[in-house]
Design a protein around this ligand. Sequence first.
Ligand code: TXA
Ligand code: MG
Length: 311
Amino acid sequence: MAEPTPAQAAAVLRRGGLVAFPTETVYGLGADAASVQAVQKLYAVKRRPADHPVIVHLADAGAAFAWARELPQAARKLAARFWPGPLTLILKRSALAQDFVTGGQDTVGLRVPSHPVAQQLLKEFGNGVAAPSANRFGEVSATTAAHVRDDLGDDVELVLEGGASEVGIESTIVDLSAGNPVLLRPGHLSREELELALGASIAERTGAAPRHPGGLERHYAPRTPASLVPTHELDSHIAQMKKVAVLAFSRPDERVDYWLRMPRDPKAYAQKLYAALRELDSAGCERILVEAPPGAAEWEAVHDRLKRACR
Ligand code: TXA
Ligand code: MG
């Protein structure tokens, strides 16, 4: 059977259906962002609480900014430098961004993805596509079309194929809705790169920041209990377990049932992370042990995801 095309996917969106599509970060589960019925269906399939906002995806910055009522200089700068790309901006919403997309907040999350298939879909559709990651709420995000089918099955009408996501973790989110820029979710674009483009510093998220499920303690989590273990404790943890799966930098240990080696480069590590967690999760072990990566700033996004995947 021929693969479905972006034009077919756009037609599904137009009649209120759900489609999954590749982006450079992770796969998204898309719905027409202007249709309350479509977005409600999206939340039902995702099993996501209705008060959680969803990111709206558009083909270019011009189309995206129509969803915002105020355009700070910082938004122009970041968009000019990083869109299309793995960056989401939180801005004060325009009338296009209705409560069912923003979770009732006065702000909206906007992103212009660079993946060519996402671009084709968004151009073809010609309007905003609301899209969370194409996995069930709280679970490990999907970075291939096969992951999406495994997770969502018949709940998604159509899945566009686009290979393994190049970035592998969700977009960097910067909140520009309240004066000073705030980093809500670290990602592939480092704080340093963002600050350089802005010519200003970016604040840490505080308790007062808007609701966002990426901020829930347990998120991006496999079903098998996982723990983050410092390198020097890996050995003693392994010795205590009957059946264990390990995600590590070093070479396999023969006592271990399932061992995946990860790259020492943080961007390469992020690209492989979710597929690796899924693979270890399906190994049927009592626990997943994750060797803690270095503490350096360039590992911030990976640490953020691992902290939430591990209990
Ligand atoms: O890379 C990505 O961002 C992927 C792809 C598909 O674009 N999408 C994604 O969506 O990760 P989701 O829904 O899994 O995570 C979106 C995050 C959530 O933490 C959500 O709360 C936050 O963005 N968000 C969306 N709109 C927001 C807003 N108005 N204020 C604060 N956070 C917002
Ligand atoms: Mg998600």
